[in-house]
Design a protein around this ligand. Structure first.
Ligand SMILES: Nc1ncnc2c1ncn2[C@@H]1O[C@H](COP(=O)(O)OP(=O)(O)OP(=O)(O)O)[C@@H](O)[C@H]1O
Ligand SMILES: O=C([O-])CC(=O)C(=O)O
Ligand SMILES: [Ca+2]
Ligand SMILES: [Mn+2]
Length: 635
């Protein structure tokens, strides 16, 4: 890790003398102990650590930490908390002494045992745990840990539940089109108890205490309790890693995830429709995962939480990538899964702020996460060198050569949705801390499987809002369970699956911010050209990159434009590095009537989808609302 190793007070008597043949160790154990420095995983930061306010001894601090973890793992009915002890049960010495916290004596089998806590382990320690105990864990030729996520290789949005109570019933978006399927408090507690009992029945559980959001004033403390080293390593990568000082002063988390992924929910529990359940309880500030080991559920569960917490502070949450040029010009890349947020925000000529989840506050943008999660199907070192070189730590569901351990990125036999997760600092031009000024360009990515949207269009504010609320793409196979072929999808705000409030609330905030900061909207089709999926082909990544370059540099703004029929999109008449004929899709189709029909078909789909929004006002601006409604296709 490139981070600073503060927090370690080296004891000089234990150091190996440079240039001498002998070591100062008296025993083999002592010698081995010299290989290791005491430190904790951290994300590089330029932020100064606050004063260490705790005047506690190391033992007192550890005990407090264990008490807090024991409280997190408390069963609701039988005990106030399990006996917890730090360390791997196979290694930990039996003299657990002052590390033990045993709050109750009501005897049950589970209260007689210890739950060993593997607290914020480092990646090497997690590798060892995975290799030793988790079937399907292997080290690949580049040193990444290849893992399997089990039966689920994508998120399960139909199995997501949100507790509906007196507060959330009025605050949240429910009903048609909403991702928030209700459950009651009682059923949540049943699932929570099931997860906690399962976790406490294990010899050991992993606990990660980490942060969300690089905007330090709006940072959220999260605790993730999980049963697998893979899950702990994934979250180590994806959340912001605390410095040793920050970890010491962590205190009580703002939110806790109980991931009992390999253990199913009980179908006889009210509201359960399968063996998988991902449950969010805002009042208790908790999430429970049962019956899926797909790690993305944790990442996107936390993103959902941020979609609730941040708007309360006038901060907009964005399902977008984000990068910044050398002159400080920031671009956002919105888009549904597989449309190119990660691919296009990771740009060798620009600083990466983040690839997937951001906040836009009155100070500018901030990444929510500490890592990236790239699709790696068909990944090649030539086309995506920065991602290729960043692949460390976690590779999900990939296939590799048994002997050389070289990964075959073209192999889809486990799933289409193969993924790599890596700490953001492994992208060499990552912007640390991951914050930036107000965006100049807002790029909406759509992977249009119909092949009728132009490769790039310049949008008016009303058009930007229309397309943002529509959230169109042709979902590329994989990320959501059961999708095997591209298919037209509309997902409000390019992330309906993660919205907590009504889409128009986020849209109003975006419009207000774009207006205030003079950002330009663009629609970029990273999908098909020359025909629909099946006959045409996907637009070359190198062309899309040229388009994005011209947006960043400002040169595209200077081009002359013509307006397309039906969608009324402004398209440039030329663009350096991109064949002129592909800029207007009609030129690339052999069968022009087929093109017209397909265009009309897509326009109808847009219109039908937007009907649900026609009764809503976008913010307080009546005029803008009217313009947005008129900014859709006309036919
Ligand atoms: N013209 C293109 N533009 C962008 N991506 C392309 C293009 N052609 C092919 N691709 C491929 O499409 C995929 C885009 O996936 P990417 O990881 O960027 O999606 P994402 O928007 O970040 O999705 P998620 O939210 O699920 O992480 C990559 O595998 C990339 O190589
Ligand atoms: O959540 C996932 O599994 C991957 C992702 O980023 C998305 O779907 O937007
Ligand atoms: Ca991504
Ligand atoms: Mn995403």
């Amino acid at each position: 890790m490139g981070g600073t190793r503060n927090g370690y007070n080296g004891d000089a008597s234990h150091k190996v003398e440079a240039g001498s043949n002998t070591v100062k160790a008296q025993t083999i154990d002592e010698l081995h102990s010299m290989q290791k420095k005491r430190s904790a995983p951290n994300t590089p930061t330029t932020r100064k650590a606050g004063p260490t306010f705790f005047d506690l001894s190391e033992n007192q601090r550890q005990e407090q930490q264990l008490q807090s973890i024991s409280a997190s793992l408390a069963s609701l009915t039988r005990e106030s908390g399990p006996k917890v002890v730090r360390g791997d049960p196979s290694i930990a010495s039996k003299k657990s002494g002052n590390h033990v916290f045993a709050p109750t004596i009501h005897v049950s089998d589970s209260s007689l045992k210890f739950t060993h806590i593997l607290y914020n382990l480092s990646p090497p320690e997690l590798y060892e745990q995975a290799i030793k105990y988790e079937k399907g864990s292997f080290i690949t030729s580049t040193g990444a840990l290849a893992t399997l996520s089990g039966a689920k290789t994508g998120r399960a949005p139909r199995d997501k539940r949100v507790v509906r109570d007196d507060v959330t019933k009025d605050e949240l978006w429910w009903g048609k089109g909403s991702p928030n399927i209700e459950m009651d408090e009682h059923s949540f507690l049943v699932n929570r108890e099931r997860a906690v009992d399962y976790l406490n029945s294990l010899d050991k559980v992993f606990v990660n205490d980490q942060f969300l959001n690089w905007d330090s004033e709006n940072r959220i403390k999260v605790r993730i309790v999980s049963a697998r080293a893979y899950h702990s390593l994934f979250m180590h990568n994806m959340c912001i890693r605390p410095t040793p000082e920050e970890l010491e002063n962590f205190g009580t988390p703002d939110f806790t995830i109980y991931n009992a992924g390999m253990f199913p929910c009980n179908r006889y529990t009210t509201y359960m429709t399968s063996s998988t359940s991902v449950d969010l309880n805002l009042k208790r500030r908790e999430m429970v995962i049962l019956g899926t080991q797909y790690a993305g559920e944790m990442k996107k569960g936390l993103f959902t939480l941020m979609h609730y917490l941040m708007p309360k502070r006038q901060i907009l949450t964005l399902h977008s990538g984000c990068n910044m040029g050398k002159d400080g010009d920031v671009a956002l890349f919105f888009g549904l899964s597989g449309t190119g947020k990660t691919t296009l925000s990771t740009d060798h000529n620009r600083f990466l702020i983040g690839d997937d989840e951001h906040c836009w506050s009155n100070k500018g943008v901030s990444n929510i996460e500490g890592g990236c999660y790239a699709k790696c199907i068909d990944l090649s070192g030539d086309k995506e060198p920065d991602i290729w070189n960043a692949i460390k730590f976690v590779l999900e569901n990939v296939v590799f050569d048994e002997y050389t351990r070289e990964v075959d990125y073209y192999d889809k036999s486990v799933t289409e949705n193969t993924r790599a997760s890596y700490p953001i600092e492994y992208i060499t031009n990552a912007k640390i801390p991951c914050v930036g000024p107000h965006p100049k360009n807002v790029i909406l990515l759509a992977c249009d499987a119909f092949g009728v949207l132009p490769p790039v269009s310049k949008l008016t504010l009303a058009q930007t809002m229309y397309h943002f609320i529509s959230g169109y793409t042709a979902l590329v196979a994989g990320t959501e369970e059961g999708v095997k072929e591209p298919k037209a999808t509309f997902s409000a705000c390019f992330g309906a699956a993660f919205l907590m409030l009504h889409p128009t609330k986020y849209a109003a905030m975006l419009a207000e911010k774009m207006q205030k900061h003079g950002a330009t909207g663009w629609l970029v089709n990273t999908g098909w050209s020359g025909g629909s999926y099946g006959s045409g082909s996907r637009i070359k990544l190198s062309y899309t990159r040229k388009i994005i370059d011209a947006i960043h540099s400002g040169s595209l703004l200077e081009e002359s434009y013509t307006k397309t029929k039906i969608f009324g999109l402004e398209i440039p008449t030329k663009l350096e590095g991109v064949p002129t004929e592909i800029l207007d899709p009609v030129n690339t189709w052999k069968d022009k009537t087929m093109y017209e029909e397909t265009l009309l078909k897509l326009a109808r789909l847009f219109k039908n989808n937007f009907e649900t929004f026609s009764n809503y006002k976008i913010g307080t601006d009546n005029d803008l609302t009217k313009k947005i409604l008129a900014a859709g296709p006309n036919f």
